[in-house]
Design a binder for this molecule. Structure first.
Ligand SMILES: [Fe+2]
Length: 447
């Protein structure tokens, strides 16, 4: 859950000159928009307006919300004139209206919502030319606020994908024969990660407030699964009666299992015996045993890990595995080069996870596979501020979510955009949520 809405600012310290950012900013904004339009362009108006799940907004709310956020931050906050009456902000304020109630708001009809988004974007293009390239003002240093808005739109594209997966009327068509990378060999089940200091947190100019400030921490040696837990792995737990045995479950997780009648991950369709299908958008297909399991909540991940004699990694362990144990704080598991389709399954184009072992170019320095892309990975950690945290540019981005209620997820999913993943990126959600594209991997103490 990455969220947002209001317009309050606090200063942030920025040091040193920043490289030119305008062309990247524009490219990322347009990449996000093209994706949203491609995802929604073929849907009839009533599907765009409908509330497909109480967990999700009507699809067209997201479109105008994204436009409104862009208007607030890339126009009004940067001194450009308003496109809409600011009173209009309230309708698209994520904090004012729970998702389940948004269909009742006086929403812009689809055609008007898309037109609003276009008008804002045209005004942003004009205004971008007038902005200084080398400003040290907190919002503009390194193009921060443009990175924030581009990531925001891509995060909503991922949210739209989750809504489309929940939609059943009619099923959303995606390619049934997906292009799949050729699987390589995953060399081992677990990887030993030596103990030692690791630099955690982000320093890149577009990193969010919750990733800052960077700091060093000692992490004890541990073993990390070489790849995420697969459907095949998880099926063993299901067929061993894992959902019927309270021993494996966190007490609150056991309550969820019983209250909601959980028997297997979301969208799995038992066929009797060992036959399983799954629904993936418009397709019902055999459950692929070699892909990372997804649509499991934190409680399911936690229960599997306990049953397997392991545990979930802390977010510090996860980040150490991603940055590498040699002390060089890589931005991505493979180094500092931005993600391409050779490194990781990202950007939404595959409409699902790929078999583990598909991305040999994405392996970490220590030999851990698939840390970015495919599925978000639940960690053992609650969402808390780093020491020295300062809310920027508004408390509702991160600060109001800190505490015991949310678990941290790392790594990004197949539906996450390259601009919105990095080793230091932190996502968070309630431990009972299954509609997101989340799976997990296990860890254990090194003895
Ligand atoms: Fe948002």
């Amino acid at each position: 859950m990455f969220h947002m809405a209001e317009e309050r600012r606090r200063p942030r310290e920025e040091g040193g000159p920043h490289p030119p950012w305008k062309s990247r900013a524009w490219t990322e904004l347009e990449t996000a928009r093209a994706r949203v339009l491609a995802m929604l362009g073929g849907l009839p108006e009533d599907e765009l307006r409908r509330q497909h799940s109480p967990l999700m907004s009507p699809l067209i709310w997201d479109v105008a919300h994204v436009a409104n956020y862009e208007e607030q931050w890339l126009l009004r906050a940067l001194g450009a004139p308003a496109i809409t009456d600011p009173a209009f902000d309230a309708i698209y304020d994520a904090f004012r209206h729970p998702r389940a109630t948004r269909a009742e708001l006086p929403l812009l009809p689809p055609e008007a919502a898309f037109a609003y988004a276009r008008r804002v974007r045209e005004a942003v293009r004009e205004h971008l030319h007038r902005l200084p390239q080398d400003s040290t003002a907190p919002l503009l240093a390194g193009g921060y606020v443009f990175g924030m808005v581009a990531q925001h739109e891509q995060q909503h594209a991922e949210t739209l994908a989750a809504t489309l997966q929940l939609m059943t009327s009619p099923e959303y068509p995606v390619p049934s024969a997906r292009p799949r990378p050729r699987p390589g060999a995953v060399p081992q089940a677990e990887v030993f990660i030596p103990g030692g200091e690791v630099r955690l947190g982000s320093t890149s100019p577009w990193a969010y407030d919750n990733e800052r400030p960077a700091f060093s921490q000692h992490v004890a040696p541990f073993l990390m699964d070489a790849h995420p837990v697969t459907n095949g792995d998880y099926l063993v737990f299901v067929e061993a009666g894992g959902y019927e045995d309270a021993r494996w479950w966190h007490p609150q997780g056991w309550e969820v299992v019983q209250a909601e009648g959980l028997k297997h991950p979301g969208f799995w369709l038992p066929q009797g015996g060992h036959a399983w299908l799954r629904r993936r958008f418009g397709q019902v297909e055999p459950l692929p045993r070699d892909e990372p399991v997804q649509h499991v909540c934190w409680y399911e991940a936690d229960a599997y890990a306990r049953w397997a004699g392991k545990r979930l990694p802390t977010e510090a362990e996860w980040e150490k595995a991603a940055r590498g144990s040699d002390g060089r704080p890589r931005e991505y598991p493979w180094g500092d080069a931005p993600p391409t389709r050779a490194h990781a399954n990202l950007d939404g184009s595959t409409w699902g996870p790929a078999p583990v072992g598909s991305y040999p170019q994405g392996v970490s320095q220590d030999g851990v596979w698939g840390l970015l892309g495919d599925v978000w990975e639940w960690t053992a950690s609650n969402f808390r501020p780093y020491a020295g945290f300062s809310a920027f540019p508004y408390p509702e981005y991160s600060e109001v979510f800190f505490g015991e209620s949310y678990k941290v997820l790392r790594g990004g999913a197949w539906a996450s955009a390259p601009v919105a993943v990095r080793n230091g990126f932190r996502n968070w959600d309630f431990p009972n949520r299954r509609q997101i594209f989340a799976g997990f991997r296990c860890a254990r103490n090194a003895r």
